[in-house]
Design a protein around this ligand. Structure first.
Ligand code: CA
Length: 227
């Protein structure tokens, strides 16, 4: 899951980013609205965490502009010091899914984020499966015949992307974009190495699911007949 975080307070921005990164999210964090808009133009995000008081534009205006670019279904969680009722109403009217007033606990932020990601009405499936392989997206657990598969967070994120493609090829650029944050230096063979690791684990689990390479294009998941 790739999250767009817009928060101008440097410490809070880092703390939120570090917490969510540690919990398996890919987080692109920006201090201002212009940078966030530029990112939305090129990256597909799964959710937005937005501070309303920003130096370069009004947070609610930004929310409307991001939704225009990214689609109105993009889950949005507002974090702000403004706890007045009219502000909340404006935020929810502008399309926010939830509202968190500062100061807040990071565990609560994470719980609210997961909740907006799970909102009924969006088509994010909680459980994905292929053959005997199953991925519980809410619990971030992969398993084969109910036996947990020990995957690291980025291996899980890769599996998630491949399962969501439902047998279609996922192009490399898209995977790199979804799996690595903008601020991370991605070495040219990082994705190959990640694919190799996941491939070995799937083989070791003998689940009948394989990662097929389409050279120069990307990857897709296939399941052996009868699995
Ligand atoms: Ca602020």
């Amino acid at each position: 899951m790739r999250i767009l975080l817009v928060e101008d307070h440097p410490t809070l921005r880092e703390v939120i980013r570090d917490h969510l990164t540690g919990r398996g999210f890919v987080v692109d964090a920006f201090a201002g609205g212009q940078d966030a808009l530029a990112a939305v133009e090129v990256v597909g995000y799964d959710a937005l965490i937005l501070d309303l008081g920003l130096p370069d534009m009004d947070g609610l205006d930004l929310l409307v502009r991001i939704r225009t670019l990214a689609g109105s279904a993009l889950p949005a969680l507002i974090v702000t010091a403004r706890d007045a009722v009219p502000e909340r109403v404006r935020g929810l009217d502008a399309g926010a899914d939830d509202y968190l007033v500062k100061p807040f606990d990071l565990m609560e932020l994470e719980a609210r984020l997961r909740a907006v990601l799970r909102r009924p009405g969006d088509r994010r499936m909680e459980l994905l499966s292929l053959g005997r392989l199953r991925l519980d997206r809410a619990r971030r657990e992969a398993s084969v015949d109910d036996v947990p598969l020990a995957l690291q967070r980025r291996e899980l994120a890769l599996l998630d992307q491949l399962l969501r493609a439902d047998g279609r090829v996922v192009v490399r650029d898209l995977l790199e974009e979804r799996l690595y944050g903008l601020e991370e230096a991605v070495t040219p063979n990082a994705l190959e190495a990640l694919v190799s690791r996941l491939r070995r684990k799937l083989e070791a689990a003998q689940c009948g699911v394989r990662i097929e390479t389409r050279r120069g294009i990307g990857y897709r998941l296939t399941a052996d007949e009868g699995t």
